[in-house]
Write a protein that binds this ligand. Structure first.
Ligand code: AGP
Length: 368
C-alpha cells in the first residue's frame, strides 16, 4: 500500500479533507474558458442522444446512492426517464432494455462483481454503456462505450467519501450536457448552470468547517442503538448515503426515510433521544420537511438539521443545526453529505472502531 495518511490519523479523514481538490480536479479540468463542458470521453452526439429513450443507472452501495442523485439531475435537467437499479438485483428484475437504452454503470473501483455482471447483461441486449469510475483501465471501464473518470485519486478507506462526491460531479456534468444536447435548456441557461458548477470546489472547502460541530454531535449519539436520516427528494437520497456511512463504520443501526413516510410506520420507532438527522436543502420542500421534524421532536427525538437555508425559529425544531453554505438547490447534495461523513467518522472514533477497515467489509467486492 503506497498511499500515506499525510499526517491524518486515518485515510477516511484524509479523504474527506481531499474533497475540494478531488472535486476541482474532476470538474474544472472539464470546463473551458467560455463555460463549455469538455466531455471528451463521452462520444454521444445530438443524433445518438435523440435515440436514447430510457436511462438505467446500475450500481452498488455508495455508488448506487450517487445514482439516486443522478436520476434526479438527469430527469429534471434533460427530461429523460431514468431508473436506478441495485446491480445485484438488475439481472433478476424485469428489464425493458435494448439498443435505445443508455446504461450508466457507477463504480469507484470498477471491479465490483455485481456491477460487472449487470454490464455483461446490458451488453448482450445491445445497450449503450457509459461508466463512471475512479480507476483507469478497470474492468468496468474496459467494457464500456464511454467512460467518465472521476479524478478523486486513490480511495483507501472502506467507507467511500471523495469517490461519492466526485460521482455527483460526474452526474451534474452529464445531466447538464444531456440537457444541452437535447435542447432542453437554452445556451444561456447552460452557461449559467456551468458557472454555478464552478463554485462547488470552493463551497465544499467552506463546508469542511462543520467538523467541530459534528464532533459534538458524535459525542451525543455514540451510545444510541439506532438513528434515522430523513429528507425529501434529493435530501432523501443524501440521507441514504449518510445512513450507509454511519452504519458501516459506527455499527449503529441507521436507516434513511423519505420524511413523508414517517407517519406510515417508521415513526413508531422514535423514542426519547433517538437521533433523527434531517437534511433540508430544497426550497420547495422546506415547509413539509420542517413539519415532519416537529412530529419526531414532539415524540422526544434528538433532532439535528443539516441545512443551507436560514430557517426562522430553527431552535423550535432542532436540538442542533449544522449550517452549510448555500448553493443552487440542485447541487446542494454535494455539500450536505459532508457533515454526514464527519458524523460517521467521529462516532466511529469515539466508539473505538477500526474506521478505515470496518468489520466484515472489503473495499472492493469481487464476489456476487
Ligand atoms: C461504501 O462506503 C462502501 N465502500 C460500498 O458501499 C461501495 O460503495 C460499494 O461496494 C460499491 O463499490 P464500487 O463503487 O467500487 O463499485
Amino acid at each position: 500500500e503506497s498511499a500515506t495518511k499525510a499526517g491524518y490519523p486515518h485515510f477516511m479523514l484524509k479523504e474527506i479533507n481531499e474533497q475540494p481538490q478531488a472535486i476541482s480536479d474532476t470538474l474544472l479540468r472539464r470546463i473551458d474558458k467560455n463555460n463549455n463542458l469538455i466531455l471528451d470521453d463521452i462520444r454521444l452526439d445530438e443524433d445518438e442522444i435523440q435515440k436514447i429513450k430510457d436511462i438505467y443507472i446500475v450500481a452498488c452501495g455508495t455508488a448506487y446512492n450517487a445514482g439516486l442523485i443522478g436520476k434526479y439531475i438527469i430527469e429534471n435537467l434533460a427530461n429523460l426517464r431514468v431508473r436506478v437499479d441495485i446491480a445485484s438485483e438488475f439481472r433478476y428484475n424485469k428489464q425493458f432494455i435494448n439498443e435505445n437504452t443508455l446504461v450508466i454503470l457507477v463504480s469507484q473501483s470498477g471491479e465490483t462483481a455485481d456491477t460487472l455482471a449487470a454490464q455483461k447483461l446490458a451488453k448482450t441486449k445491445g445497450c449503450r454503456i457509459l461508466s463512471i469510475t475512479n480507476v483507469v483501465g478497470s474492468s468496468v471501464a474496459r467494457n464500456s462505450d464511454d467512460v467518465f473518470y472521476t479524478l478523486a485519486g486513490p480511495e483507501i478507506a472502506v467507507a467511500s467519501t471523495k469517490a461519492y462526491t466526485t460521482m455527483l460531479v460526474a452526474f451534474y456534468m452529464i445531466g447538464v450536457e444531456l440537457a444541452k444536447l437535447k435542447q432542453e435548456i437554452s445556451i444561456e441557461d447552460y452557461h449559467n448552470i456551468v458557472e454555478k458548477l464552478k463554485k462547488l470546489p470552493q463551497k465544499v472547502k467552506e463546508t469542511l468547517s462543520v467538523e467541530k460541530k459534528c464532533i459534538e454531535i458524535a459525542e451525543k449519539i455514540k451510545n444510541s442503538k439506532s438513528a434515522f436520516y430523513i429528507g425529501r427528494g434529493l435530501d432523501d437520497s443524501v440521507g441514504k448515503e449518510g445512513a450507509l456511512k454511519l452504519k458501516e463504520i459506527s455499527y449503529i443501526y441507521t436507516e434513511s426515510f423519505a420524511a413523508g413516510e414517517l407517519k406510515h410506520g417508521t415513526i413508531a420507532l422514535i423514542e426519547k433521544d433517538t437521533p433523527v438527522i434531517a437534511v433540508v436543502t430544497q426550497d420547495k420542500l422546506l415547509d413539509k420537511t420542517m413539519s415532519n421534524i416537529q412530529e419526531v421532536k414532539a415524540r422526544g427525538a434528538y433532532t439535528i438539521i443539516i441545512t443551507d437555508k436560514h430557517i426562522e425559529d430553527v431552535k423550535n425544531y432542532a436540538d442542533d443545526v449544522i449550517q452549510i453554505p448555500e448553493v443552487y438547490d440542485m447541487f446542494s447534495s454535494i455539500l450536505a453529505v459532508i457533515p454526514a461523513q464527519f458524523i460517521a467518522y467521529y462516532t466511529s472514533i469515539k466508539k473505538g472502531n477500526d474506521v478505515d477497515k470496518p468489520r466484515n467489509l472489503a473495499k472492493s467486492v469481487t464476489v456476487e
